[in-house]
Design a protein around this ligand. Structure first.
Ligand code: CO
Length: 221
């Protein structure tokens, strides 16, 4: 892959902005007036994971939090601040946790292939592997093992989301955003909705329809 130079990036920006203005003269004035995005995206920092490209969405549509291997950590003040702001101030209607196949963070957790801080960060995924070791070890290829752990990781992070004080407050008040677990296949560019069945977790909610709306689940085998 050929990368642009820094100078070229700035030139690209100028031509993009000029094109936008030509198509829609008031575009940037409207954009600068404020945001009301319907979506919060929790995704991997991986450079191949800009969800806006994959979903053909524009600036102003998706509020974003990304970290290595799309972790929902209940002790991460950065993530919790984003979630709090998205839910209570922006009032997003949907939260999307989107992992991906061929994820370096997942591989690092599974194979211990990294050292340094990342090794600490992915420890919850390593724990997840140990919890599901018999299933994962039975898979026939390395790729299948990594990708299955990526799926289980998305399920685990959706569950973590429901455990945050922020979502628990929403559920008590019966106004929780809908939470979606997705996994993106980098080999096809396609997103799969994992249709996570949250009712099995026995989470408190007065809106049982919200948590048991998915009856088919191909992912949580
Ligand atoms: Co990744």
């Amino acid at each position: 892959m050929i990368h642009y130079s820094i100078e070229e990036l700035l030139k690209n920006n100028q031509s993009w902005a000029a094109q936008k203005r030509a198509l829609e003269p008031g575009y940037f004035e409207e954009l600068s007036a404020g945001q009301k995005p319907p979506y919060l995206y929790v995704g991997c920092s991986d450079s191949r994971m800009p969800l806006t490209r994959y979903t053909q969405t524009e600036p102003g549509e998706i509020f974003v939090h990304r970290n290595i291997a799309n972790q929902v950590s209940l002790t991460d003040i950065n993530f919790l601040s984003v979630l709090d702001y998205a839910v209570f101030h922006l009032q997003v209607q949907h939260i999307i946790v989107c992992g991906h196949y061929d994820c370096g963070g997942i591989t690092a957790a599974l194979e211990g292939s990294t050292t340094g801080l990342v090794d600490n960060w992915v420890n919850p995924i390593r724990e997840l592997y140990f919890q599901n070791q018999s299933e994962i070890d039975c898979l026939s290829t390395r790729e299948k093992r990594i990708n299955r752990l990526a799926e289980l990781n998305v399920i685990a992070q959706v569950k973590n989301l429901y455990q945050t004080s922020i979502l628990r407050k929403c559920m008590r008040e019966n106004n929780a955003p809908q939470i979606h677990g997705w996994v993106l296949n980098l080999k096809t560019g396609l997103i799969q909705d994992m249709k996570i069945k949250t009712s099995i977790w026995g989470l408190y909610t007065p809106n049982s329809e919200l948590l048991s709306s998915s009856t088919s689940n191909n992912f949580e085998r």
